[in-house]
Design a protein around this ligand. Structure first.
Ligand code: NAD
Length: 257
C-alpha cells in the first residue's frame, strides 16, 4: 500500500507514539510534518532522518498545541493535509479536589481542544483534495476510567465523542475519522510515571510495571509504537475506507475486562 503523494501532519511527534506513527506513515510513502512546541536542532534532525530513511519529504514545524491559533497555524503552514493525526498529549495524576486548575486547563487544551482546532483547519484541505483521513490518538482512558486522572479521562472521552461527530459530518465524503485507543505503551509519558509510583508504593520499578502499570492490561505486555503506527497506516488504506466514527483498541485486552 502506498501513501505516496499524501501529506500527513502528526501533532506532538518528536517523541513516543507520534514519532512512531510518523515513521510508519513515511514508511508507507507519505510526506510527513512533525510537530512539537520546541524548536531544537534535534527536532529538525528527526525530520531529516525520516526523509532520508524513507525517501519522502519531512518537515518539522514548531507549534504549541495548547493554543488554538497555533494549532490552526500549523495546518496552514504545512500547506496541505491529507492525513491528520491528532496525537499531542500530556498527563497529570491527582485526586480531583487537589487537581491543579492550570494542569486541568493544559490537559483539556493539548489532549482535546487541539484536535478540534487542527481538524477544523484541515477539513477544508481534505475536501478540496477529495480525500482525507483523521486519526485521533485517544486512549483506553477514552473508553474507561481510572482514579486520579480526571482531566486525562475527560479529554480522551471528549476525543472519542468528537471522532464520532466529525465522522458523521464527513460520512458521505471520502474522508474517515477514527480513534486509536492504546493501553499502556512504553514512551516518555509512561516512563515518567514509574519512579514516582515506585516511591509512593515503596516498590521496585519492575514491580511498578508489573503490579501497577500493567495491572489492567491482561496481556501483561506494553503495546508498541510500531503497533500504533501500523494501525494508523491501515486506517489510511483503501481497505479501511468504510471504517469511520469508531475506535480501535490496542490494549492487550484491557477494555474487554
Ligand atoms: P510522549 O510524552 O512521548 O509524547 C507526547 C508528544 O506530545 C511529544 O512529542 C511532546 O513534545 C508533545 N507535546 C506535549 N505538549 C505539547 C504542546 N503543548 N504542543 C505540541 N506538542 C506537545 O507521550 P506518548 O505516550 O507518545 O503520548 C502520545 C499520545 O498518546 C498522547 O495523546 C497520549 O495521551 C496518548 N496515549 C499514550 C499512551 C501510553 O501509554 N504512552 C496510552 C494511550 C494514549
Amino acid at each position: 500500500m502506498s501513501l505516496s503523494g499524501k501529506t500527513a501532519i502528526i501533532t506532538g511527534s518528536n517523541s513516543g507514539i507520534g514519532l512512531g506513527v510518523a515513521r510508519a506513515l513515511a514508511g508507507a510513502g507519505a510526506n510527513v510534518i512533525l510537530n512539537s512546541f520546541t524548536d531544537n536542532d534535534e527536532d529538525h534532525a528527526l525530520a531529516d532522518e525520516i526523509a532520508k530513511a524513507h525517501n519522502v519529504t519531512a518537515r518539522y514545524i514548531k507549534a504549541d498545541m495548547s493554543k488554538g491559533e497555533e494549532c490552526r497555524k500549523l495546518i496552514e503552514e504545512a500547506g496541505a493535509c491529507d492525513i491528520l493525526v491528532n496525537n499531542a498529549g500530556i498527563q497529570h495524576v491527582a485526586p480531583i479536589d487537589e487537581f491543579p486548575a492550570d494542569k486541568w486547563d493544559a490537559i483539556i487544551a493539548i489532549n482535546m481542544s487541539s484536535a478540534f482546532h487542527c481538524t477544523a483547519a484541515a477539513l477544508p484541505m481534505m475536501r478540496k483534495a477529495g480525500w482525507g483521513r483523521v486519526v485521533n490518538i485517544a486512549s483506553a482512558h477514552g473508553l474507561t476510567a481510572s482514579p486520579y486522572k480526571s482531566a486525562y479521562v475527560t479529554a480522551k472521552h471528549g476525543v472519542v465523542g468528537m471522532t464520532k461527530t466529525v465522522a458523521l459530518e464527513t460520512a458521505k465524503e471520502d474522508i474517515t475519522v477514527n480513534a486509536i485507543c492504546p493501553g499502556y505503551v512504553k514512551t516518555p509519558l509512561v516512563e515518567a510515571q514509574i519512579p514516582d509510583t515506585a516511591k509512593k508504593y515503596d516498590m521496585s520499578e519492575e514491580e511498578v510495571i508489573e503490579k501497577v502499570i500493567l495491572e489492567r492490561q491482561p496481556s501483561k505486555e506494553f503495546a508498541t509504537v510500531e503497533q500504533i503506527g501500523g494501525t494508523a497506516v491501515f486506517l489510511c488504506s483503501a481497505e479501511a475506507a468504510q471504517i469511520t466514527g469508531t475506535t480501535i483498541s490496542i490494549d492487550g485486552g484491557w477494555t474487554a475486562l
